[in-house]
Write a protein that binds this ligand. Sequence first.
Ligand SMILES: Nc1ncnc2c1ncn2[C@@H]1O[C@H](COP(=O)(O)OP(=O)(O)OP(=O)(O)O)[C@@H](O)[C@H]1O
Length: 596
Amino acid sequence: MRRSKFPINDDKPVNWSVFWQLLPYLKEFRSRVLLALLCLVGAKLASVGMPFVLKHVVDDLNLSAPQAALITVPIALIIAYGLLRLFSVLAGEIRDTLFGRVTERAMRRLGLKVFEHLHKLDLDFHLNRQTGGLSRDIERGTTGIGFLMRFMVFNIVPTLLEIGLVAGLLLYNYGVSFAAVIMLSVVTYVWFSVKATHWRTRYVREVNQADSSTNSRAIDSLLNYETVKYFNNEEYEASRYDQDLAGWEQARRKNRLSLFVLNGGQAFVIAAAMTAMMWMAASQVAAGNMTLGDFVLINAFTMQIFMPLNFLGFVYREIRGALANIENLFTLLDKAPKVSDAKDCPSLQVAKGHIHFKDVGFHYRPDRPILRGVDFSIKPGQRVAVVGESGAGKSTLVKLLFRFYDVVSGGIYIDGQEIRQVSQSSLRKAIGIVPQDTVLFNDTLYENVRYARPQASDEEVKEAFRLAHLEHFVQSLPDGYQTMVGERGLKLSGGEKQRVAIARVILKRPPILLFDEATSSLDSQSEGAILAALREVAQGHTSLVIAHRLSTVVDADNILVMHQGRIVEQGQHSALLSANGHYAKLWQIQQQEANS
Ligand SMILES: Nc1ncnc2c1ncn2[C@@H]1O[C@H](COP(=O)(O)OP(=O)(O)OP(=O)(O)O)[C@@H](O)[C@H]1O
């Protein structure tokens, strides 16, 4: 069986302190929680009182002459019994309704906090994450919180209280032996449940792992639908999936058997305790020390204790899992982003849009330098191009300017302000990017463009479509602007997606523009039109253009030639050609390719 990518938490030591971290979430609804607790106490008192009323009913019935039974039965007691039952159930329901809001609000708050935090985390975290595993962690964590709050407050604590109360009542009314049997069986039951639950953990884990890996296999296979078809591998896929399913089936079988042992053991303890209690009570009735009502009362108390106790076994296992899942979530929340705002940092003030990379050094991993001593300036309003072979570090410049990463040495300045000293939000507001690969939301074309400035008017959005030469395309679509673009925008061609990205940047209209291979997916005719549009948009703006095809940047104000993380040449097209260096070589190669 393949190992799952998802962390399985069942065997982690339980960190009970997580519970205290949840208390702040209860604070907001202090009075609601208090009222719910009152209902809980009321319900418990009513349910403990019920067996007493029952005892009196039975005793009175027993003493009465048979023919007069119905008349002499203490009707008031029977009504009281019914009312107590109703009260106990209603109080429980009111408690759940009151507390439901508290749990839901806590889940909402935490869900939002995690979501916001994920967006604050750096690109590196997101590139390394396993989305499936992460979303499972979040889902398990938030569900765990709801579960923990409900069961910890309203199940474990009250059940323990009830057990103590009933044992005390038995001790007070019937002596130490009944209370001792109850306590002993409760202790045995809890001890056995804890031990057996620990022992079962590995079977539960196996099922979870098998479940996750089967799911990953199915999803991976379906995502690769086209590749499966290209290689005619449906049978191969089915057999691999079935292998995983077989592992899952086997894990389930072992898990079911272990559950049988757990449930069987628990049932045995309960049956032994019930038998002992009944036998002791029956002996006392036979000896004339107890009434029939006492017998009924002891029976009712025993059942009353073991029913919730039985449930506790299940709750215990779930709570262990919930605590571990919540802890995972809190660990995620504690994760600090590698790129963060300096304390009380000001906003970036863009006056002219002068960009300066000052002796910048950078690596993604310390053992592999990517940029070394990169030093260049882009004067306000200039259009500067970066060219160089694949992997030279061109896109990395864009990522650094946008602060997806921080430089390792040197600094990047915009109008004299170091970008690490200003807020990320003001920096990103000032920069528009047309990225190398445009990924779209699974929404309409219109909404995908409007995303650049959600408050833009309908006219402005449509103008952006027009300037990005998307109008003809929109007109050719049966649903026009309302066409759904599919997951990640995969229903659009590469060139269409790129034009959407261009429309977005047009709508955003920031002072600084970055184009990373912005026209790479376009045919030459569209490219010409788009380049003209981009130039129009870029007029008066500072722009940095990363280009593979040198022909698209021959008119740039300055061309930076990168080679292995360094700028090896810079200047205008004609000067670089005359220098007969790196650029001239690249130009020659591309000219030959174009002519062949
Ligand atoms: N997140 C990352 N983690 C580790 N290495 C990375 C990461 N992103 C890029 N690299 C590496 O950094 C080097 C420079 O990448 P970059 O994307 O800047 O190159 P480029 O010049 O834009 O290439 P291309 O023209 O092919 O897009 C590449 O060798 C790449 O493998």
